[in-house]
Structures are given as structure tokens and as C-alpha cells.
Design a protein around this ligand. Structure first.
Ligand code: PMP
Length: 285
């Protein structure tokens, strides 16, 4: 059975969903996106995703496609129509259709498309083994705080990881880890501090990051928001990543070197448990 997807106000079968070849998202990657998690048929931290969407739009002077209320109603309807119990809801806003030219068009006709992906997220087998990571140079543009669909650099980095028999990559700039290809990166230092890079234009402000750092502080961990080097990764007792779809996922090996015991660590697993429990309690559909 085919999915129903959302295209500018209509819910249509995926094979009938069409976007113009003149859409600026297609021609210039002039589009931003959000991925919200669905657990128990409910959206996780959706308000925070919509706030970040609104910020991305404003940084690019792109009009919102509709009001937040209309957007949320359409999100809920799409999840319901597709009977999604567990999975992802992807939404993308592009600057819309205009004859190809670099300047922003004068109209404000943003385009909005959304689709769901059913996926087993809670029982991810990688939680048991942890992830193997390679480091790669961060070749992305300088406004990584804006969640644009210009994702070729992360695609290249993830492919390099797969080619090296690893699971994912951490990107490194000026000697410091910025973040994962589609997630934020953390280490647990030898003295039990949770360290992750500070916010800025160099990384995306992850919605999961905000939640996990809050829970970590509430659980009396010392959180240090500072850049860290690969040398520090080597001497860390644990490492992990966070994202909407992976929650908190342990990292056990970076560039062929085991982190700590080489097994998923207790801090990572504790943070995963707290995050998932709290997210389910506060789900807002
Ligand atoms: N950094 C990057 C580069 C990402 O693409 C993502 C996921 N979209 C994240 C971090 C994690 O963000 P979130 O927790 O909001 O999924």
C-alpha cells in the first residue's frame, strides 16, 4: 500500500505527488527541513522542531508556508492517515517555484511537503553493539546552524564511513570535532563529565541535544559545552551521539580505536533510557 504524502495543502498518494523542476529546493537546495520522531503515534518534541524551523526560515528570509496551527494539524492528519505508530515525519519548506535565477523571487509562495517513514526506532540493534565511527574533514558550509537540505557533504561522509566498514562519521574542523554527519557528538571524560561542542554557526542545535543536556544536568552530571579533539576522544571513557531518530546512541570505536571498554557505556545507556522515557511521557499528539 502506498503512503499518503502532503504537498501544499493536499494529501495524495506518493506516486501522484509532484514538485516542479523549477522549485528552488531542487535547483539551489534553497529549502529547509525538520525530522520529528513519532512514538506511540505521537510526535516527540514537535514544538521545539517548529521553533527551529521558524528560525531557519527567518535566517534565510523565507516565508512560512502556513501558520503553525495549520502545519501541526496537517502533521497530525498525515501521521493518522498513514497509521504511523513508530517512525519519522519529514517536512520540507522550499522557497517555491520561480524561473531559475539566483536572486530570491519577489513572491512569498513557499512550498511545503511532508511524508512519514515507518521505522522501528526503539529496538535499534545498534544499541547493543554501539557505533563504529570514522573521522572526516568537515567540508560543509559555514551556516550549519540553519537546517538546509544542502546535505551532499554529510552524504559523502556517511558513504565514506560505510566504505570503511564503519557506521557513521564525525566531522573535524581546525582540530576539533564539530558534530556527526546527522547527529550531535559527545564524549564522557575520564572524570565523568559529559562534553559536547558549544552552539554556534558550526553545528546544528539539535533538539535531542537540548533535551539530553537538560536531563544530564538534572541527573547531576557536569556538562561541559566546549569543543573536543580526537586526542580527547581516545582518552574518553565513553562516547555517544544524539538525534531525533537515534535518540542517544553509544559510540564504541573511533578511527579503529576502542573508546573505554569498547562496549556501550553506562552513561550513554542511562541517558538513552531517561530520554526515551521522558519523550514518551511528554509526546504531544
Ligand atoms: N547535527 C546535524 C548535522 C543533523 O543533521 C542533525 C539531525 N538533523 C542533528 C545534529 C541532530 O538534531 P536533532 O536532535 O534535532 O535530530
Amino acid at each position: 500500500m502506498s503512503r499518503l504524502v502532503y504537498v501544499n495543502g493536499d494529501f495524495v498518494a506518493e506516486e501522484d505527488a509532484k514538485i516542479s523542476v523549477f522549485d528552488r529546493g531542487f535547483l539551489f537546495a534553497d529549502a529547509v527541513y525538520e525530522v520529528s520522531t513519532v512514538l506511540d503515534g505521537k510526535l516527540i518534541d514537535n514544538n521545539a522542531h517548529l521553533r527551529r524551523l521558524s528560525r531557519s526560515l527567518s535566517e534565510l528570509s523565507m516565508a512560512a508556508p502556513c501558520s503553525d496551527e495549520e502545519l501541526v494539524a496537517a502533521q497530525h492528519k498525515l501521521v493518522e492517515l498513514n497509521g504511523v505508530d513508530q517512525g519519522l515525519l519529514y517536512l520540507q519548506v522550499s522557497r517555491g517555484v520561480a524561473d531559475r535565477d539566483f536572486f530570491y523571487p519577489s513572491h512569498n509562495d513557499s512550498s511545503l511537503v511532508m511524508f512519514t517513514q515507518k521505522k522501528s526506532l526503539l529496538d535499534n540493534p545498534k544499541v547493543l553493539t554501539g557505533l563504529r565511527i570514522i573521522s572526516v574533514p568537515d567540508i560543509r558550509w559555514q551556516r550549519r546552524d540553519i537546517k538546509t537540505v544542502g546535505l551532499l557533504a554529510p552524504c559523502m561522509s556517511k558513504q565514506a564511513a560505510i566504505d570503511a566498514n564503519a557506521d557513521d562519521a564525525w566531522m573535524v574542523e581546525d582540530g576539533y570535532v564539530t558534530e556527526g554527519t546527522s547527529n550531535n557528538a559527545y564524549i564522557v571524560t575520564a572524570d565523568n563529565k559529559i562534553k559536547t561542542r558549544h552552539l554556534g554557526n558550526e553545528i546544528l542545535s539539535g533538539i535531542t541535544r537540548t533535551a539530553v543536556l537538560k536531563f544530564a544536568r538534572e541527573a547531576n552530571y557536569e556538562v561541559v559545552e566546549e569543543p573536543f579533539t580526537l586526542k580527547e576522544v581516545e582518552s574518553a571513557q565513553e562516547a555517544f551521539i544524539t538525534s531525533a531518530s537515534l535518540f542517544v546512541m553509544p559510540v564504541v570505536n573511533v578511527d579503529g580505536k576502542d573508546i573505554g571498554s569498547g562496549k556501550p557505556g553506562p552513561v550513554s545507556l542511562e541517558m538513552r533510557k531517561i530520554y526515551i522515557e521522558t519523550a514518551r511521557e511528554r509526546a504531544d499528539l
